[in-house]
Design a protein around this ligand. Structure first.
Ligand code: AMP
Length: 307
């Protein structure tokens, strides 16, 4: 398998200034797998759900070429549930409820065929589970990307610090970068975080785009100015899916190629926010993706001649 995706497959309940959903399908790994499926068909998912999770959505993932042999279904148990409310700016949100349910004692099992994956996306999940996945691999992947959030920084910081020591790319948002580093300046925060282990860092800034750092360079990608943003949930995960999906497709993990991957990630995130939940990420065409990426290229292209 070339890309292994780990993370939550979940139910979400979302409130935005535009409306409210009951329990809908979400979860970090759901968004990552769907977004990356537009770049590679060689994807395997490791996660856990309860017997309340809809077969329909599993069929959708399979239809996108995602191998679900690493998805455990726990009889008599409930799936992970998260609920959040977005503020008027749609850029910040409050978590209203997090019910770990099946996640509380999740013991991930990496299928034999994925133990030598070339690309590993450790999506948002408790850091000790992310570590358990790493310990089952027989060869070190060419690239390990890890995404996390403030929830795990609040309750499992030592485990998180241990896990990020051995990864290649960390993706977090701006407030999480400040929390992790204790620095307000994102440039200082990046240097501190890069000293913790990752070779590159992506700081996501919602509608204000994303920054990519390594120890020497920095690159900025905008977010697409959209007329309507319905639901930002999953934008960060879709970004991560597009980012690693493009790197897995091209098999080039240089900083130059990561700059392109950030644009593909931003393009996938821009689709996700246009509808509630995972809806917009299902059934896009190659033409849809190409046209969206072209919009990013047009947005930032300008000629300046300095004489
Ligand atoms: P994002 O908007 O990209 O940060 O991700 C939103 C997704 O993350 C939702 O679909 C949630 O189910 C999932 N999620 C929320 N809280 C957690 C958590 N503590 N651990 C793992 N996944 C979470």
């Amino acid at each position: 398998m070339s890309l292994l995706v780990v993370g939550t497959v979940a139910f979400d309940a979302i409130e935005t200034p535009f409306g409210k959903t009951d329990k809908i399908v979400g979860g970090a790994a759901s968004y990552i797998a769907l977004a990356s499926s537009y770049f590679t068909q060689d994807i395997s998912l490791v996660s856990v759900v309860g017997d309340d999770f809809p077969q329909d959505f599993m069929n959708t993932l399979k239809g996108h070429g995602v191998d679900l042999s690493g998805l455990q279904i726990k009889q008599g148990e409930k799936s992970f549930f998260w609920s959040g409310r977005y503020h008027n700016d749609m850029n910040s949100r409050d978590t209203l409820d997090t019910q770990l349910n099946v996640l509380a004692d999740f013991d991930p099992i990496v299928p034999e065929s994925s133990k030598n994956c070339e690309f590993l996306m450790l999506g948002n999940l408790m850091p000790n589970v992310q570590q358990k996945v790493l310990s089952q691999l027989t060869t070190r992947p060419k690239l390990i990307v890890l995404d996390t959030m403030n929830f795990w920084m609040d309750i499992a910081m030592p485990e998180l610090l241990e896990t990020i020591k051995g990864i290649d790319v960390l993706t977090i948002n701006d407030s999480e970068a400040r929390q992790l580093s204790g620095e307000y300046s994102l440039v200082k925060a990046a240097q501190k975080i890069l000293a913790m282990g990752p070779k590159a860092l992506v700081i996501k800034k919602g509608e204000h785009g994303a920054l990519l750092f390594n120890k020497k360079e920095v690159f900025f990608a905008p977010a697409l100015p959209l007329e309507d943003v319905f639901d930002p949930t999953g934008a960060g995960d879709s970004f991560a899916g597009g980012f690693i999906g493009y790197l897995a497709k091209t098999k080039d993990i240089s900083f130059e190629n990561m700059k392109r991957a950030i644009i593909f990630g931003s393009a996938m995130a821009s689709f996700t926010v246009e509808k509630f939940g995972t809806e917009r990420l299902i059934g896009l065409s190659q033409k849809d993706v190409d046209e969206r990426v072209q919009e990013f290229v047009d947005l930032v292209q300008f000629d300046i001649s300095l004489v």
